[in-house]
Design a protein around this ligand. Structure first.
Ligand code: G3I
Length: 450
């Protein structure tokens, strides 16, 4: 009963959603200085995965709301989150994301209805007929609740094996229902919400290979037989082991040529600096050069919450500063106002800069005192951040005139009271370190200012 009430109330808001989206589009025409507005200028959306648990963090929400025009719940619409026990649906966290997105005029991608992972334990033991019934009920439950509110659904996720065979992946669905489960899921999904685009989504299908060939053959077969499929999602999780393929664009185009839209659904690229920026440029340019590539989604707002946080694969660092990759994406989308450009709302500070220098101010057999001097550049600054890497053996016992956070032996220091500096002015922080057998000097890394 309560679910029916929610369904009606969600459906009743759908008109407001459309109005909000129009407002956002109108706004975007004014200034292409954010990812979402620049992508809108190219007729695309630019989205991000979102976790409901971070929406209360003001910098997270501010960056999300400013930059993105579409969201994908990172985990909150998955089977274990939405139907933890059979027939009992919980939408609290997913609703939180959808409500937030709608309040900001953002679209929502639905992720994901049928997937072998993040399945609650009650699903796997079901017999074939029961599993079929449960799968269809799950699709109907999710798509019914959000009817009219999701622009694209990942109906089936990751149903093909990696490696050279192009075979289907073993899963409760594949093992008990056979190849036909995918077709059945798409047919059920079309009936549940005829307005939603229905996508097949997978990884390691970004270039031409045995796995993408197998997906290609399935999509071709679906189109020839009238099985309802509208789009294919290319997750695009890249790193040095799995770089952006040289035939990425060609692969997107060959799927588009089958008569489906293509979407980049979970983009992240491990790395940093100009190399990471160049890879992001390749991906954006590939999408823009395929007319049926309707949008891109990065798999998270900030490096610190990425599923691959150690690889710093996203567009904003852990302090929500724009990385070079952000500027590259914005520029590839035809926008302006990337890092360093005057008036960029996400810049650490227009023209703000600083330098950091280290000196040893006291020394004794077992330890020393170090001092790092921060000097503002040609413009006044209101805050600074400096990194100091200590030799592995050494440890810091106290630090003054700064606030440290640690990652291994890297100390990131921010002001305690001394953030504001006139152009060219200096301040310093100091620390006491134990040598523990190493007399080597620490290394001072970048200084960033706002
Ligand atoms: O929320 C719980 C927390 O309460 C608990 O303390 C903690 C302990 O492990 O786990 C937390 O849940 C984790 C959840 O992410 C939220 O952070 C799960 O363990 C963890 O398994 C889950 O990982 C997600 C992963 O899918 C699961 O397969 C990632 O966030 C999510 O980014 C990732 O996304 C997938 C796509 O759905 C499909 N394509 C690949 C992509 C990356 O793996």
């Amino acid at each position: 009963m309560s679910m029916i009430v929610r369904r009606l109330s969600r459906a009743a808001t759908a008109g407001l959603v459309a109005a909000a989206a129009l407002t956002a589009a109108a706004h975007s025409a004014e200034a292409a200085d954010t990812l979402g507005s620049a992508a809108a200028g190219q007729g695309r959306y630019f989205g991000t995965a979102v976790a409901a648990s971070h929406l209360g963090e003001s910098d997270y929400a501010a960056t999300l709301d400013r930059e993105f025009s579409s969201v994908t719940p990172e985990n909150e619409m998955k089977w274990d989150a939405t139907e933890p026990s059979r027939g009992s649906f919980t939408f609290t966290s997913a609703d939180r994301i959808v409500d937030h997105a709608q309040s900001q005029g953002m679209d929502v991608r639905g992720h994901t209805l049928v997937w072998h992972s993040q399945l609650p334990s009650w699903v796997s033991p079901l017999g074939a007929q029961d599993l079929r019934t449960a799968m269809n009920a799950h699709i109907n439950g999710l798509m019914g609740h959000y009817k009219g509110e999701i622009h694209s659904w990942d109906v089936v996720n990751e149903a093909f094996q990696d490696g050279g065979s192009g075979a289907r992946r073993s899963s409760p669905f594949q093992d008990k229902l056979g190849d036909g489960f995918i077709e059945e899921a798409f047919r059920t999904a079309r009936a549940a919400d005829p307005a939603a685009k229905l996508c097949y989504n997978d990884y390691n299908t970004d270039g031409v290979n045995a796995k993408s060939n197998a997906v290609y053959d399935m999509v071709k077969d679906f189109k020839s037989r009238g099985v309802p499929i509208d789009c294919v999602g290319f997750q695009s999780h890249f790193n040095s082991n799995s770089p952006v393929p040289s035939d990425y664009r060609h692969n997107l185009q060959r799927f588009a040529d089958l008569g489906v839209d293509v979407q980049i659904t979970e983009l992240d690229i491990e790395g940093s600096g100009s190399a990471q920026a160049a890879d992001y440029t390749k991906v954006v340019e590939a999408c823009l050069s395929v007319s049926r590539c309707t949008g891109m989604t990065v798999w998270g707002v900030t490096d610190k919450y990425s599923w691959r946080s150690g690889g710093t694969p996203l567009l904003f660092d852990g302090d929500y500063n724009e990385k070079p990759a952000y500027g590259a994406v914005l520029s590839a989308l035809g926008g302006s106002g990337g890092p360093g450009d005057p008036g960029d709302p996400g810049d650490p500070g227009d023209g703000a800069s600083c330098t950091a220098t280290y000196t040893r101010t006291a020394d004794w057999s077992s330890g020393y005192n170090g001092q790092v001097t921060i000097t503002a550049g040609a413009e006044p600054i209101s805050s600074w951040t400096a990194t100091v890497t200590l030799p592995a053996q050494q440890s810091v016992s106290s630090l003054w005139n700064g606030t440290p956070t640690w990652s291994g032996n890297v100390m990131t220091v921010r002001p305690s009271w001394n953030g504001t500096l006139a152009a060219g002015a200096s301040t310093s922080f100091g620390f006491t370190a134990a040598k523990n057998g190493s007399d080597a000097a620490p290394t001072v890394g970048t200084c960033t200012a706002s």
